[in-house]
Ligand binder design. Structure first.
Ligand SMILES: [Mn+2]
Length: 455
C-alpha cells in the first residue's frame, strides 16, 4: 500500500488523537519523507514569516498545546529545531505527526536534526523502548532512524522584519508595565498562551550611537556603520535604517540550528559542504552543530556534555558578522522562562517542552518572526478555552536599556540578556509563552524519569 492523499490525512487525524498508525504505514511514510528530505540541503532556506520551535521530547499533548497557541499547519509556517523524541512518553506519535505534516505540507514545515535524532541516543533515552513496546519489534524505530539521517542540520531564515506589527490584543493581568503603543518600532513582544501581551519592548532609536561606543570597546563586534558594502539594505548600513528608527527594513538572516557553533565551521557554506546522511558522529562539525552550547566564556571551551563545545559571545558576534546574520536561534538547553536571549541578543535559546520530563516546572516558548514589509503573514488567532496563565512568570517591566533596575527588569534581563543594546538590528521577535497542557487532556503514566537533564 502507499500512503498519500487521503491516507495521509487519515494518518494525521489518527496521530492527532495520539493513536499510533500501523507499521506498514510508518514504513511508507518514512520512505516518502526520506525522498523529500534528500532533496533538501544541509541548510534549508526558509522565508519569514515563520514560527521557530525548540525541543519537543515526545511531550505529545504539549505539542498539541503548541499548535493551539501558535496556529496549525499549514496556516502557520513552522520550523522545528530538533529533539522531537526521547524523555516524554509519546515520542512516536509526536515525531510521526510532524513527519506526516512534513510530507503533506512540505513547504509549511521544516524539521532539522537534534542530537536525540540518533540511534545511539534513542537507545538510551526512551524512543527505542517506546517503539518496541508499541509495535513489538524494532522495525518502526529503524525506519525512523533512517529518516533522522536525512534531516537537515540547520535552516536559514530570510526576509524577517526588523519590527513587529503590534498585537492589539489585551494586556495580561498582573502585567505591571507601560506597554509602548503601536506607533513605535516594536522589537520584542511576549504573549501568553491566550494571546495577551505580557511585555513589549520598543527598539531604542538611540541604539545606533550607543552601539557605536560599545563596538569600539569590542573589536570582534560589527560596527554599526557597516564597513561591508555588500549588505544592501541591512540595518546599520545607512540607507534604510535612519536614526529616526524607520521600521520594516531588511534584517540579516537568522541561522537556526539545534545546538550551536563549531570551531571547525566559520561560514554557513562550510555547513553546506558536510556529508550529513549518516548517524551523528561522536565528534566533528556535524556533531558540534547538534551538541554545542553558548556560555559566558571567551572563545571556545570544553562541554560538560562530552560532545560539542561551549562558545562565548566573541565567537557568536564574529560568526554573525562574517555570515551577515542578525541572530542565531537554537534549542537544546532547558530554559525555565521558555526562551533566553544572550550576548546582546545575537543568539537565542528557544525551548518548547513545558514542564520538561513532566516535572521541571518550566514554561515553554515559540518564536514568531514576521515578514519584511506588511507583516501580512501574522493572522490574529482566537484563543479560547483556557483562562489563567500569567501568574508566576509574567515578565513585565518598563525598564529599557536606560530604565530603572527593578526586580522585574532584573528578571527580564535574565531572559533577554544583560544589555538590550545591539550592534546590528535583529528581527522583530514575538515570543508566545505557554504552559503544559492541562492534566485532563492527557492520559499520563505516573512514572518518574531519570534525573539527568543534560542530554
Ligand atoms: Mn538537544
Amino acid at each position: 500500500m502507499s500512503i498519500g492523499g487521503s491516507d495521509l490525512d487519515r494518518a494525521i487525524t489518527q496521530l492527532r488523537a495520539c493513536r499510533p498508525i500501523p507499521e506498514n504505514q510508518v514504513r511508507e511514510l518514512c520512505y516518502k519523507a526520506r525522498e523529500l528530505l534528500i532533496e533538501e540541503g544541509n541548510v534549508v532556506g526558509v522565508d519569514a514569516p515563520v514560527t521557530i520551535c525548540g525541543d519537543i521530547h515526545g511531550q505529545f499533548h504539549d505539542l498539541m498545546e503548541l499548535f493551539r497557541v501558535g496556529g496549525d499547519v499549514p496556516d502557520t509556517n513552522y520550523l522545528f529545531m530538533g529533539d522531537f523524541v526521547d524523555r516524554g512518553f509519546y515520542s512516536l506519535e509526536s515525531f510521526l505527526l510532524l513527519l506526516c505534516l512534513k510530507v503533506r505540507y512540505p513547504d509549511r514545515i521544516t524539521l532539522i536534526r537534534g542530537n536525540h535524532e540518533s540511534r545511539q541516543i534513542t537507545t538510551v533515552y526512551g524512543f527505542y523502548d517506546e517503539c518496541l513496546r508499541k509495535y513489538g519489534s524494532a522495525n518502526v524505530w529503524r525506519y525512523c532512524c533512517e529518516v533522522f539521517d536525512y534531516l537537515a542540520l540547520g535552516a536559514l531564515v530570510t526576509g524577517a522584519a526588523t519590527s513587529l506589527e503590534p498585537t492589539d490584543g489585551p494586556i495580561a493581568e498582573n502585567t505591571n508595565i507601560d506597554i509602548p503603543d503601536g506607533d513605535c518600532d516594536i522589537e520584542i513582544e511576549t504573549l501568553n498562551a491566550n494571546g495577551e501581551i505580557m511585555y513589549r519592548y520598543a527598539r531604542n532609536s538611540d541604539s545606533q550611537s550607543s552601539a557605536a561606543s560599545q563596538a569600539n570597546s569590542n573589536p570582534a563586534s560589527s560596527s554599526p556603520i557597516g564597513p561591508t558594502p555588500s549588505r544592501v539594505g541591512a540595518a546599520g548600513t545607512g540607507a534604510t535604517s535612519s536614526a529616526n528608527g524607520s521600521s520594516r527594513n531588511d534584517t540579516g538572516a537568522i541561522l537556526c540550528v539545534h545546538g550551536g557553533l563549531s570551531p571547525l565551521i566559520d561560514s554557513i557554506d562550510k555547513i553546506r559542504l558536510l556529508d550529513r546522511k549518516q548517524e551523528v558522529p561522536h565528534e566533528g562539525a556535524m556533531c558540534d552543530l547538534l551538541w554545542s552550547d553558548p556560555d559566558e566564556i571567551d572563545g571556545w571551551g570544553l562541554s560538560p556534555r562530552g560532545a560539542g563545545f561551549l562558545f562565548g559571545a566573541d565567537i557568536v558576534k564574529c560568526f554573525n558578522h562574517k555570515n551577515d546574520l542578525s541572530l542565531i536561534a537554537r534549542a537544546h538547553q532547558l530554559v525555565m522562562e521558555g526562551f533566553k536571549e544572550m550576548f546582546e541578543s545575537t543568539i537565542v535559546t528557544v525551548w518548547s517542552a513545558p514542564n520538561y520530563c513532566y516535572r521541571c516546572g518550566n514554561v515553554a516558548a515559540i518564536l514568531e518572526l514576521g515578514e519584511d514589509g506588511s507583516n501580512a503573514g501574522f493572522v490574529r488567532r482566537s484563543n479560547g478555552e483556557r483562562g489563567g496563565g500569567g501568574g508566576g512568570w509574567v515578565l513585565g517591566s518598563n525598564a529599557g536599556p536606560n530604565g530603572n533596575a527593578t526586580s522585574e527588569s532584573r528578571r527580564l534581563s535574565s531572559v533577554l540578556g544583560d544589555s538590550m543594546q545591539r550592534t546590528r538590528d535583529g528581527p522583530g521577535r514575538r515570543y508566545r509563552v505557554f504552559e503544559a497542557a492541562p492534566q485532563d487532556s492527557r492520559g499520563m503514566p505516573a512514572k518518574k524519569p531519570v534525573a539527568d537533564y543534560f542530554l
